[in-house]
Design a binder for this molecule. Sequence first.
Ligand code: NAI
Length: 336
Amino acid sequence: MKVAVYSTKAYDRTFLERANAAQDNSHELRFLEMRLSSETAALSGHCDAICAFVNDTLDREVLTNIMDRGIRLVALRCAGFNNVDLVAARDMGIAIARVPAYSPEAVAEHTIALILSLNRKIHKAYARVREGNFALDGLVGFDLKGRTIGIVGTGKIGICLARIMRGFGCHVLGFDPRHDPAFVETGAEYVDLPDLFAQADIVSLHCPLTPHTHHLVDAEAIATMKPGVMIINTGRGALVEARSLIRGLKSGRIGHVGLDVYEEESDLFFENLSGTIIQDDVFARLLTFPNVLITGHQAFLTIEALTAIAETTIGNISQFAATGRPNHTVSVEMLA
Ligand code: NAI
């Protein structure tokens, strides 16, 4: 199949070409650096499928555009599918595929990196030591042992995180409408969301972004959390209402914030904007806090994850070419 690969970075190209070569180069991959939008959809002309990433736009307008060009498959090279209008895709008969699991460890371990860096102020210590400043004032952290972490969404990543946090000697609480025995086997326990917010020293978000989870952490939720709580979001930006985070940080109610995702990240992340002025005042304000650590949606970025993403994506495309249905279909029912 001829595939238009949007939002291509050098690492995408390397890993996708390798996975395609392992399947006798069965697909012709056309790599495009730009994001998919109504303005760039025309670049998929003469292709049979589109390969898209987290910040590509797949709303009804774009889907109509690519359907008119004969495209019947969108292969997402990510797990989340909140950027796709699934109802529109179903109406138009466009199959949506994703990579449901590639390396939950990659995201769980990045979550740990954020927790440890924030707690032990590694981001501040790094800068200080390079300047010859070896003073320790302001670098006091806390032992993780004995602390309580609340994991919202106990799927693949949430369970992996629970296992690691149990290794630190933490109490692990989880909230998920679906209870998984594997989560409890780590030594963690399920509680209701209000109990999780009330008891957790660290709240970490690992559920998908859906209409139910949009702004799950807002001013109301923050008011029920422990004073000094650490909030970590490596899920999707819009799980958190960023203005409420700022208010919570200013008042001291929130002790630390670690973000790998941001609601308006599509205008910022994955690009080098170091020579430009950031126009997003909410994001710019978040960057000013010493107790906020932001990474640009890199939790997935490990060799193992990129290999698995590429192999599953090429597998989805091959299966669609052979049967008209990819291996890992995303359906409207998954929004429920
Ligand atoms: P998963 O599908 O294995 O687990 C998600 C869990 O969330 C499920 O157990 C589901 O029942 C639960 N859930 C659904 N609605 C919920 C709600 N209202 N409250 C609490 N839990 C709810 O997915 P996985 O692989 O663990 O990934 C989780 C999320 O992490 C993805 O949806 C994606 O948005 C994000 N992600 C972020 C990455 C990054 O690089 N920052 C990379 C990969 C995933």
